[in-house]
Design a protein around this ligand. Structure first.
Ligand code: SF4
Length: 74
């Protein structure tokens, strides 16, 4: 099921992507699993997506996804 671009999901994302060590700068658009990837280069220093509530809610069982780099969740 595709991730919905809602304010509720964005707020959850901010708790994870918002403090992510790999976060692109500028850190936009957030909610990468729903909105798509960042146009910035990602330096992979860890990915918090697998512990995020959105990831769990939508059962995004894709390992260590780096949605900020790979784009929307399938
Ligand atoms: S799975 Fe990753 S990109 Fe998606 S809401 Fe959670 S932290 Fe943000």
């Amino acid at each position: 099921m595709p991730v919905d671009d809602t304010s509720e999901n964005l707020n959850i994302c901010m708790d994870y992507c918002g403090t992510c060590p790999s976060q692109p700068f500028p850190p936009q658009p957030f909610l990468y699993c729903a909105r798509g990837k960042s146009d910035q280069k990602i330096t992979k220093s860890g990915c918090k997506c697998p512990i995020c509530g959105v990831y769990k809610k939508y059962k995004l069982d894709t390992g260590n996804p780096y949605f900020c780099e790979t784009g929307k969740a399938p």
